[in-house]
Write a protein that binds this ligand. Sequence first.
Ligand SMILES: *Cc1c(COP(=O)(O)O)cnc(C)c1O
Length: 226
Amino acid sequence: MAIVENIQFIEKEIEGKGVTLVAVSKTKPVEMLMEAYNAGFKRFGENYVQELVDKYEQMPKDIEWHFIGHLQSNKVKYIAPFVSLIHSVDSFKLLQEINKQAAKHNRVIDCLLQIYIAEEDTKSGMTEEECLEILQAETLEKLPNVRIVGLMGMTTLTEDEAQIRKEFKKLKDFYESLIINPQRRPNSSLNILSMGMSGDYSIAIEEGSSMIRVGSKIFGGRIYQK
Ligand SMILES: *Cc1c(COP(=O)(O)O)cnc(C)c1O
């Protein structure tokens, strides 16, 4: 696998577009991540808490670790000391736990609210209504150790480009509505829209993504997919 070349190829594609690349390294060994690291790339996304903690312990400490998978409340404590951005906050209860664990480490943890945009009901996330409930000054004031910095969404698993585009557009429209409406603007700033993976990041960027999460197109296919 030409990991470094793959990253450079994608970085060239997104150059000047205000898009940040997160290399999704789940299931891949530390040696593969180190190839990217040694070429200067330091932003990785992981899905599983134990795997993330193992890699964090084995690798240099100037890496920006993103948690992108489904997060159980009882596991937040393991990643709270070091995680840079949690993309997958799907409930208020989880956000409360992140706040509690972040406080123990005197940290403010950046979070994205994962919004449910796919047609299939297997993908996790919250509805726009749940998101609006959380994004209220009174709610967020009680959670001083988390900062909501944006939204994340995953589309339906389909080859239908029009469907994918429609779902990304819906999330972008919702994101825009939050930004322009001061009543709905939290005391933290929304500036990240995390959408797009290996198969659909070009469409996601066309539809306004500012952060893409790319795994297999960098590190090759995975045996265990999730
Ligand atoms: C695995 C995963 C990705 C990356 O998927 P690829 O198709 O390999 O690029 C992105 N986002 C989430 C939430 C994932 O679980």
